[in-house]
Design a protein. Structure first.
Length: 215
């Protein structure tokens, strides 16, 4: 795979303006990244900006806490798809996972999966808040619910992606899911280490710096 296509070029800042999103999309087209990753309010605008390119639109759902109702996440997902989303990055209900309420976590993921049928679904765990066993359980639930990717982090909590977490997730999705690393990937060496550990996609706002570092 072309190196550029590993990247979801990301701007999820709460103060991101339309001009910021336009710039994100222009850069994604110029460098031929896999996608832009944006908040739902900018889905239709990003689609307009990316017209004529093969760059996908990745939209976050239940972001960044994952702690709203399953029904709200499903509705948010449907709206994002209607507005042009190609990929959905949803956050699981972390507290319910930690409580051992696995059926509720599965139901949450499955509801979003059903709401974006035919689109790519990535499931964000927030690994910095989880034990190794909880990460493994989240992998199992994501595979069972039909996710396309498992994802390390939102980048908005106490820590981001680690090489160890990527390798752990890769070994426990057993080829049924791909792995996306996100959070704290800010230079070429870190990006390369994540790919070597098994990451199939990388989410970062430092994408151009990484590409430049490689060159």
């Amino acid at each position: 795979m072309k190196f550029n296509k590993y990247f979801d070029h990301t701007n999820l800042k709460p103060d991101a303006t339309k001009e910021d999103i336009r710039k994100l999309c222009d850069e994604a087209k110029q460098y031929d990244f896999a996608s832009v990753c944006v908040n739902g309010i900018y889905t239709a605008f990003a689609k307009e900006c990316l017209s004529g390119s093969d760059v996908k639109i990745c939209v976050v759902v239940g972001f960044p806490l994952g702690a709203m109702s399953t029904e709200a996440k499903a509705f948010e997902t449907k709206k994002a798809v209607e507005d042009g989303a190609d990929e959905i990055d949803m956050v699981i209900p972390v507290g319910l996972l930690k409580d051992g309420e696995y059926d509720a976590v599965y139901t949450d993921i499955k509801a979003v999966r059903d709401a974006c049928e035919g689109k790519v679904l990535k499931v964000i765990f927030e690994n910095c808040l989880l034990t190794e066993n909880e990460i493994i359980k989240a992998c199992e639930l994501s595979v069972k619910a039909g996710a396309d990717y498992v994802k390390t982090s939102t980048g908005f909590s106490t820590g981001g992606a680690t090489v160890g977490d990527v390798a752990l997730m890769k070994s426990h999705v057993d080829g049924h899911c791909k792995v996306k690393a996100a959070g704290g990937i800010r230079d070429y060496n870190t990006a390369a280490a994540m790919i070597d550990a098994g990451a199939d996609r990388l989410g970062t706002s430092a994408t151009i710096k990484i590409i430049s570092g490689r060159e």
